[in-house]
Design a binder for this molecule. Structure first.
Ligand SMILES: Nc1ncnc2c1ncn2[C@@H]1O[C@H](COP(=O)(O)OP(=O)(O)OP(=O)(O)O)[C@@H](O)[C@H]1O
Ligand SMILES: [Mg+2]
Length: 354
């Protein structure tokens, strides 16, 4: 009876240790333990996060996962963390994974005892989705406020111009003069620009009914409109999931995809390729429009969608504003990836109805 108890206690301790080990091992957080910067332990989520096997990661210098510019700062934090008992405040950093991709993380460090050694535990939390959502919201707010201002101005300027046009017509009836027709033509152009601006900056003004739209079919038909411009351009259509549809304002959408394809074609000066992809995943319809055109300089990427931003001599800079506002109005997302001299891809995600 006397030696049964210690055995039971021992077993209980071993079981508890196993339980805690499993909690850390299978935690959803990526946990790394390092001694003197050398990684001595990494859990399952950690290995998956860094896209490498545990064997490859254990023994590596923990600083090597950070960008060189951050090494000194991280080193100081680890040194400070090892001496103090407080949990260092969370920081946001970029780390490099085994496959070379970088990802934004939130991380905190805390000293722990590992075996019999004093070690440091670092927890990495992937915040790339949160960052992307924050950026989308910021861009959307920016676009919404620009849209409101431009719509306000367009409205104010359009009314007096329409009055001038009315008087000009009256004048034409009583006095004929060759300049009057030129004046009217120029006025019509100005009014058309304002009308376009109003349309793109306030798409909700258009009370088009919501109808089921099968993009699979519409994208094919849209391409036909560009037949005469496809002389030097190869078109690849990878359209899947034809039965999926969304409820939306069809004319706005057709105009939006027309604008995207038109931009793609205009970006290709000589020979090139346009690829259109359509598929459904996780209740979203994904549409991608890729071209092998001139691309957009990195510092200009943020400007895409802003009214009147154009690099073309005869461009209005309203095409993409219409695209962005249409997608956002329908609860969708749009993002762009571009490399100067290589090409551009617009990624669109729309909530599916079936
Ligand atoms: N596929 C693309 N490749 C390279 N640059 C692009 C692409 N799409 C848009 N851009 C850039 O974004 C700018 C704005 O595009 P947007 O469609 O709003 O206006 P635009 O094409 O200049 O004029 P409009 O659409 O009135 O003809 C373009 O002038 C171009 O610089
Ligand atoms: Mg355009």
């Amino acid at each position: 009876m006397t030696d049964v108890l210690p055995n039971q206690t021992n077993r209980a301790i071993v079981e508890k240790e196993e339980m805690y080990r499993n909690i850390v091992e299978y935690s959803v957080e990526a946990i790394v333990i390092h001694v003197d910067y050398e990684i001595v332990y990494i859990n399952e989520s950690g290995a998956a996060f860094f896209r490498a096997s545990k064997e490859l990661l254990i023994g590596r210098d923990v600083l090597s996962v950070f960008q060189p510019a951050s090494h000194e700062m991280i080193k100081k934090r680890i040194q400070k963390g090892m001496t103090g008992n407080e949990l260092a405040p969370l920081i946001e950093e970029k780390v490099i994974r085994a496959d070379g991709t970088t990802v934004e993380v939130e991380l905190y460090c805390r000293p722990v005892i590992f075996g019999d050694r004093k070690a440091m535990q670092t927890v990495f939390r992937d915040i790339s989705i949160r960052k992307e959502t924050e950026k989308i919201l910021r861009d959307r707010e920016k676009l919404a406020s620009i849209g409101q201002i431009t719509a306000g101005i367009a409205h104010e300027v359009k009314n007096p111009l329409t009055a001038v046009k009315g008087f000009l017509q009256l004048l034409k009836e009583s006095h004929s003069h060759p300049y009057l027709q030129t004046m009217e033509n120029e006025l019509d152009k100005a009014l058309m620009t304002l009308q376009n601006l109003l349309q793109v900056s306030k798409p909700d003004l258009q009370d088009e009914p919501l109808v089921p739209i099968y993009f699979y079919k519409e994208l094919e038909s849209l391409m036909l409109l560009f037949q005469d411009k496809l002389y030097n351009v190869e078109v690849e259509m990878d359209l899947r999931d034809p039965e999926k549809w969304i409820l939306g304002k069809k004319n706005l959408y057709l105009k939006a995809f027309f604008n995207l394809i038109k931009n793609a074609l205009e970006a290709i000066s000589e020979k090139g390729k346009i690829k259109i992809i359509h598929y459904c995943e996780n209740q979203w319809i994904h549409i991608q429009v890729t071209d092998t055109g001139v691309g957009v300089p990195k510092e200009k990427l943020n400007m895409l969608g802003t009214p009147f931003f154009s690099s073309k001599a005869d461009g209005t800079g309203l095409g993409l504003t219409q695209v962005y506002t249409t997608i956002h109005e329908h609860g969708g997302h749009i993002s762009v990836d571009s490399k100067l001299g290589e090409g551009t891809t617009f990624y669109i995600r729309l909530p599916v109805n079936r």
